[in-house]
Write a protein that binds this ligand. Structure first.
Ligand code: AG3
Length: 281
């Protein structure tokens, strides 16, 4: 009997494995190695350069948390820029908001989008929403060229800060995000894990750069079972809004958006950080 397993080396000494039923697709795109798998326990999932990106079982956690924390802080958001996110999960959550008028998605690798549309309709099927425009280019270059004050919200849904994701963790990028955001602008960043040093070092570096750029910069946590350590962070940065003081649970709840992970209590709770994480910031 064939015993096929996918493994991500979380550190040099720790591995995470999922038993695979079927290796659905594998290719080397212009930018990275892309693999799609099917499993018993996690449904379909895909990896970039061997790193776990999305599984059908736990993607709802990540995509709820990258989207709804910002939207419940400023439910009036109309223009959104999404960087990375080729699987479409982040865009799917945004399309639940009727008042959002424009979603620009900038993904460097068109193959990630096309393969997600083929194998992962669960995340990709809202990419055809008429409010969505896809740009297949480098996010760093896109924000450099975008007009000042153009967006209310930027969601950076990147891979780890190696290879193609690297430019999205630089001061230059954060400065441009600040510039293209309006007065009430919010920036959410994929912020890695605080637990293993390899990831927490990157998180610290990114957080410091954002603190230098934005008057309000916080970090919030959630639980992502298939990412290294299962303990993951997003960065919340803003020109005006504090995610706790300006949280608008009543307004958000009136929108009646169905979520499996996010809720108003969790919004308040996710900014309460363990001491070892606070010490890193
Ligand atoms: N973004 C990937 C987060 C980083 C995962 N890192 C890892 N497995 N080492 C996922 C994109 C979801 N839309």
């Amino acid at each position: 009997m064939l015993d096929l397993w996918y493994t991500e080396n979380w550190t040099e000494n720790t591995r995470f494995s999922i038993k695979v039923k079927n290796h659905l697709h594998s290719e080397m795109s212009e930018f990275q190695k892309i693999d799609f798998f099917e499993s018993e326990e996690y449904g379909k999932f895909f990896t970039l350069d061997g790193l776990m990106m999305v599984t059908e079982k736990d993607e709802f956690i990540y995509h709820d948390m990258i989207t709804h924390v910002a939207m419940a802080t400023n439910p009036k958001v109309k223009k959104v820029l999404v960087i990375g996110a080729g699987d479409g999960g982040t865009v799917r959550e945004l399309t639940r908001y009727k008042n959002i008028e424009k979603i620009d998605m900038v993904e460097i690798d068109e193959r990630v989008v096309r393969l997600s549309q083929q194998f992962l309709p669960v995340t990709a099927d809202k990419l055809t929403d008429p409010r969505v425009t896809m740009y297949f280019e480098d996010g760093l270059k896109f924000v450099e060229e975008a007009e000042s004050g153009e967006y209310d919200l930027i969601l950076v849904d990147s891979t780890d800060p190696i290879s193609v994701g690297e430019g999205l963790f630089t001061t230059e990028f954060y400065n441009n995000c600040f510039r293209v955001l309006g007065e009430e602008g919010i920036l959410i960043n994929q912020h890695e894990s605080p637990y293993f040093e390899k990831f927490s070092k990157e998180m610290q570096k990114a957080h410091r750069k954002i603190l230098d750029t934005f008057p309000i910069a916080k970090v919030y946590q959630f639980h992502q079972p298939t990412y290294p350590s299962g303990h993951w962070l997003f960065g919340f940065a803003s020109k005006k809004f504090d995610p706790i003081k300006d949280h608008k649970p009543e307004e958000w709840e009136k929108l009646n958006i169905k979520t499996r992970y996010y809720n108003s209590e969790l919004h308040r709770g996710c900014f309460a950080l363990p001491n070892y994480v606070k010490e890193m910031l």
